[in-house]
Design a protein around this ligand. Structure first.
Ligand code: GLN
Length: 455
């Protein structure tokens, strides 16, 4: 199996993989074979998997898509990687992504953009563009990814595969290179909901090395896959279907909703009035946290160090100027600004207050005696994948494309993307559309059930 996928990866021109190492992979495959022969195997033993290059991996380089970490090899494994290794998966390599996971099109990677396998003139989405493209092109049966404001769901949508961002706190962030710590969450991208459930079974769980890790009993996420959808109430937020939503995306999403009605579900009109505010709120909070997290890259301990410098301050400045790309610098500037004296109250604190209101919108729809629905559905992204190069000079155009994924992240809720059809805009191939399914806290098993019944 590992050889089959390695051969495909070698023959591919998508730029989905940043590091491949046949020897390392085949050594792991041999170990898995031994476990299979010795009756010491679990459901994932011997299954090839690829990791987003933001999870640190012993023996492999981990760059986070940045020049800053071009030659970085971690001395330890991220918890997620450790868990998969223990389950016996075989690492195929490390996947391209936007630099420090900042982006929506994978065009902010220092190592070049990833191509969308459905149409190589289109972006794969981001920041987990390598993960989604690799699974869509069958270069890997499954991949890890991270989602801070949509980076699992949006590339899954744009590449026509399935991805789930679990409830914040479910997957350990230890060894997952930090972007915005109160939002970052790992999760799987795979072909189906069932596969995602198997992967979640391996990658979730309490980790004392992550202070926001949740202490909960182990769960089998695939326990409810075959439950009927009879009586399921699906909330359809009007704010997810307003101006800005492309007609072809709306059509595919509405057709999917009609399918769910046929499966016995009822559609309920709901309102999440603060949706629009999620863009300004996220683009204050995420850069603020990023500016703090990225201060560790100083050229002293690890990462890029400038060749020539006058003194220590000059070394910091030059190393950071050379090591970070434009989008990362933009966020450090914005983040430092909103956290600075005199602006903290005006921007950062305000954003935190609105974040709470955004979470309350979801709470009143999904929880309590007056709840209106069991899950929420809508589009993942306002359009199908755009052309490579179309939005590279326009950061705000990239930010606006995150409108339907940011609020779920700000609230810490689980969200999922499943393929639901194709839109127009094709040049050389079809461009997929994803359906987003959002649930209450820790309701992943239900989301997977709902998705599985559709798939
Ligand atoms: N597109 C969003 C951003 O650039 C989300 C990225 C992510 O989820 N990592 O911040």
């Amino acid at each position: 199996l590992a050889t089959l996928f390695l051969d495909r990866i070698e023959a591919s021109d998508l730029n989905a993989f940043l590091h491949v190492d046949r020897e390392l992979t085949l050594a792991q495959a041999k170990a898995a074979d031994a476990r299979l022969a010795g009756n010491d195997a679990g459901p994932l033993t011997g299954i090839p998997i690829a990791h987003k290059d933001i999870f640190v991996t012993r023996g492999w380089r981990t760059t986070a898509g940045s020049k800053m970490l071009e030659n970085y090899v971690s001395p330890f494994d991220a918890t997620v990687v450790e868990q998969f290794n223990a389950a016996g998966t075989v690492t195929l390599g490390k996947l391209n992504c936007d630099e420090f996971a900042m982006g929506s099109g994978n065009e902010n990677s220092h190592y070049g953009p990833v191509k969308n396998p459905w149409d190589k003139t289109a972006v794969p989405g981001g920041s987990s563009g390598g993960s989604a493209a690799a699974v869509a092109a069958r270069l890997a049966p499954a991949a890890t990814a991270t989602d801070t404001g949509g980076s699992i769901r949006q590339p899954a949508s744009l590449c026509g595969v399935t991805g789930i961002k679990p409830t914040y706190g479910s997957v350990s962030r230890f060894g997952m290179i930090a972007f915005a710590s109160s939002l970052d969450q790992g999760g799987p991208i795979a072909k189906t909901a069932e596969d995602c459930g198997l992967l979640l079974n391996a990658m979730t769980g309490f980790d004392e090395r992550d202070s926001t890790s949740m202490q909960r009993p182990r769960e089998n996420f695939n326990c409810a896959l075959n439950n009927t959808l009879q009586g399921l109430r699906i909330g359809v937020p009007k704010e997810f279907f307003g101006a800005g939503l492309a007609a072809d995306v709306e059509q595919a999403v509405r057709a999917a909703l009609a399918e769910f009605e046929k499966l016995g579900a009822t559609l309920v009109d709901i309102s999440l009035p603060k949706t629009e505010l999620s863009i300004p709120v996220y683009y204050v909070i995420a850069p603020a946290e990023a500016s703090s997290n990225l201060s560790r890259f100083d050229g002293v301990r690890y990462g890029h160090r400038a060749a020539d410098y006058k003194d220590l301050a000059d070394m910091y400045k030059k190393s950071r100027a050379e090591g970070f790309g434009d989008e990362v610098k933009r966020r450090i500037l914005v983040g430092s600004y909103v956290l600075s004296h005199g602006y903290y109250d005006a921007y950062y604190l305000q954003a935190q207050k609105i974040r709470r209101l955004i979470a309350q919108d979801f709470q009143s729809a999904l929880e309590g005696d007056n709840r209106q629905c069991d899950v929420i559905m809508g589009p993942v992204a306002p359009t199908v994948a755009w052309d490579l190069g179309d939005k590279t000079d326009d950061p705000v155009a990239n930010y606006l494309a995150d409108i339907f994924t940011l609020s779920t992240s700000l609230a810490g809720l689980p969200g999922m993307s499943i393929p639901c059809g194709f839109g127009q805009g094709e040049k050389n191939g079809k461009r997929p559309v994803g359906l987003q399914i959002i649930g209450k806290y820790f309701d992943e098993a239900r989301l997977l059930n709902v998705a599985h019944q559709f798939q």
